[in-house]
Design a protein around this ligand. Structure first.
Ligand code: GTP
Length: 252
């Protein structure tokens, strides 16, 4: 059983990509299930096969513990860990080949609290891959791109699992902008040139130091550009996923 855990900043496209990628893999006759781990989500673009909302809901927590929405979201995210066995039981019963795991909207509630890494490592997969989403719209200028790279590295540091970067929502930018972002991800020298020409002062110095730290750590990978809306790039993403799981070496 191969698990893919989708992580990214709020609104980066995790749910829509879960829908598009599960559809793509099913069209290849692969046995895929989807798991929703966001207890606070109201509407999803897919029908999850396993849904944390059947075990925990934010509204119930708000009522039971007299909490506001943010406090209840934090508590609900922490409770994910307590529900791990039940989630695993539901997944295992379905005997899937592939599992796509959609995580809570606010990434910090999953990645930066204790429960997220515990759950990500504790899901009963033989192999697992974190798909980290870079939202194309927020990655098309050097400062944002470097900040997102830093978040990618911070998430890796939390999970310490094979992690792969995906550029999401590429239909929202012109192709030349997408090519530029992908080039930055291929070649840190290109990103440094863009930083030199577009940034000044502390932003330039800090970005350069962050970039150096990330390249030194070996956490610099070429982005695979996809759109969940137009399906563009899903073939390439699938090829990468298969390479990670079946043939190639895991990135860790
Ligand atoms: P939260 O869990 O709510 O933080 O969001 P998410 O990361 O799951 O993102 P979601 O899939 O809900 O997408 C957020 C918004 O971006 C929605 O309005 C989607 O319709 C839109 N969106 C997601 N992917 C794409 C894409 O590939 N192309 C376009 N044009 N819009 C997209």
């Amino acid at each position: 059983m191969y698990g893919m855990i989708l992580v990214g900043t709020a609104g980066s496209g995790k749910s829509l990509l879960t829908n598009a990628l599960s559809g793509f893999l099913r069209a290849k006759d692969l046995d895929v299930i989807t798991v929703n781990l966001d207890p606070g989500v109201i509407g999803l673009p897919y029908e999850p096969d396993v849904d944390i909302r059947n075990l925990i809901t934010v509204t119930e927590i708000m009522e039971k513990y007299s909490l506001g929405p943010n406090g209840a979201m934090i508590m609900a995210s922490d409770l994910l860990a307590v529900k791990l066995d039940e989630i695993n039981d539901e997944i295992v019963q379905l005997k899937p080949e592939y599992v796509l795991v959609d995580t809570p909207g606010q990434m910090e509630l999953f990645a930066f609290r204790a429960s997220g890494p515990y759950v990500a490592r504790g899901l009963s997969f033989e192999k697992r891959l974190v798909l980290y989403l870079f939202d194309a719209v927020f990655s098309n200028e050097p400062l944002n791109f470097v900040s997102n790279l830093f978040l990618f590295a911070a998430v890796y540091n939390r999970f310490v699992l094979p992690q792969y970067p995906v550029l999401s929502k590429v239909d929202l930018l012109p192709p030349e902008e997408i090519d530029k972002i992908v080039l930055w991800s291929e070649d840190p020298g290109e990103l440094e040139l863009a930083m030199q020409s577009q940034l000044t002062g502390d932003a330039r110095l800090l970005s350069r130091d962050l970039l150096n730290a990330i390249t030194r750590l070996g956490l610099y990978y070429t982005l695979t550009a996809v759109s969940a809306t137009t399906q563009e790039g899903l073939v390439d993403l699938d090829a990468e996923i298969q390479r990670q799981f079946r043939g190639g070496e895991e990135i860790d």
